[in-house]
Design a binder for this molecule. Structure first.
Ligand SMILES: *Cc1c(COP(=O)(O)O)cnc(C)c1O
Length: 387
């Protein structure tokens, strides 16, 4: 990467990681082998759940979770409007209907009051998203799912390493989904995992990732048998053994990486308040934040410039800021197929025009972060003055 450009996120892959993956590449098992099971056990333990099911990406993990929860035609699943499209798409893959809940204006986390107002006799589950790395209000969400007999799932693609009141994130929902895309906390290139403490859900997800077949090839080989039975219409969502070796090696760095992300967040918290119109998101009491993203809102009334002005100005200076997200219900597909429209989730819609993700990754140095803030200040001053 060139020295001048600073991306919003970046993976760290060191020689140890490369050696771990390379050692597997010339072994006996290229795809499902012993590294997959080890990665599942280690990540489940780190995340605080009994079972892990590794799959080929986070979207496949969400699909497995919806399948295991029995989501099908006619079923509604409540998802937040402020998320990546995959959160809602996984409901559609299973024939269900995603129903969009608005978010809290301070944290941009799913608003439990709006969630409960959307429950109908067809609602089967709530799929929460720990936006930016902050766990949602699971006490409130759990009260709602218990009251209405719903499942509670967590799209935790932002929140590996997060906690709430001391509980690790995967102890908070029935199923918890992680992604190992390079912008996320740890990477396997592409990859994902679902963790759960429910044995039946874990075994349904294991079958779903392997064509709906009861035994995988390595298990059959170990038992000396060829026969298998396909009991449901599954997929091929397998993660390879060399990716799992990379994931295990990455996972060992998580404690240090989370600490560094929190340090960088604390520095932004200290550096940004001097800039009028730049507002950091709120963090709820009791949250151990994983800071996948550091999101600010650009308030045009307070600084005289729009988020898009700031985005363009910073990109021109080589600072790779980004936007998470255009609310999902405003995408063309959703509007045309589901009839969603502006006005359904006003808080998320307003935030969608204001949010900006600043560079946040463990390899970001203090000096680089200072440069990000200096350039942000200069862009605000220049654009504000020209208005
Ligand atoms: C990254 C992400 C996903 C999808 O993960 P992939 O591994 O890219 O398929 C789903 N939901 C959220 C909130 C994400 O950030």
């Amino acid at each position: 990467m060139d020295q001048k450009n600073i991306p919003y996120a970046r993976q760290l892959v060191d020689d140890e990681d490369v050696a771990a993956a390379a050692a597997v590449l010339q072994g006996d098992w290229l795809t499902t082998g012993p590294e997959v099971g080890r990665f599942e056990a280690e990540l489940a333990e780190y995340a605080g759940a009994r079972h892990g099911v590794a799959v080929c990406n986070g979207t496949a993990a969400l699909d497995c979770a919806m399948h295991a929860l029995g989501i099908g035609p006619g079923d509604e699943v409540i998802v937040p409007a402020m998320t990546f499209v995959a959160t809602a798409n996984c409901v559609l893959y299973n024939g269900g209907l995603p129903v969009f809940a608005d978010v809290d204006p301070d944290t941009l986390l799913m608003d439990p009051v709006h969630v409960e107002s959307l429950v109908t006799p067809r609602t089967r589950a709530v799929l929460a998203v720990d936006y930016a790395g902050q766990p949602c209000d699971y006490a409130a969400l759990r009260r709602i799912t218990v009251r209405h007999g719903l499942a509670l799932a967590d799209d935790a693609c932002h929140s590996l390493g997060a906690s709430l009141e001391g509980s690790p994130v995967s102890a908070l929902a029935d199923v918890t989904v992680f992604s190992f895309h390079p912008v996320k906390h740890i990477t396997t290139g592409e990859g994902g995992m679902i963790v759960t403490s429910d044995e039946a859900l874990a075994s349904a997800m294991r079958r779903h990732r392997n064509h709906g077949i009861d035994l995988d090839a390595r298990q059959r080989e170990g038992m000396g048998r060829y026969a298998y039975d396909m009991t449901s219409l599954g997929r091929n969502y397998r993660l390879t053994d060399f990716q799992s070796a990379l994931g295990r090696s990455q996972l060992r760095k998580m404690p240090a990486w989370i600490a560094r992300r929190r340090q960088l967040a604390a520095r932004y918290d200290a550096l940004l308040p001097g800039l009028a119109g730049v507002v950091s998101l709120g963090v709820r009491a009791g949250v151990g934040h994983a800071y996948h993203l550091y999101v600010v809102r650009i308030d045009p009334d307070a600084c005289g410039v729009t988020r898009d002005d700031v985005f363009n100005g910073m990109r021109e200076q080589g600072i790779g800021v980004n936007v998470h997200y255009l609310p999902t219900h405003l995408h063309t597909y959703y509007r045309e197929r589901l009839g969603t429209a502006p006005g359904m989730c006003p808080v998320a819609e307003r935030a969608g025009g204001q949010v900006l993700s600043l560079p946040m990754y463990p390899g970001l140095s203090d000096a680089q972060q200072d440069r990000v803030v200096e350039i942000l200040a200069a862009v605000l001053a220049r654009s504000g003055a020209s208005k």
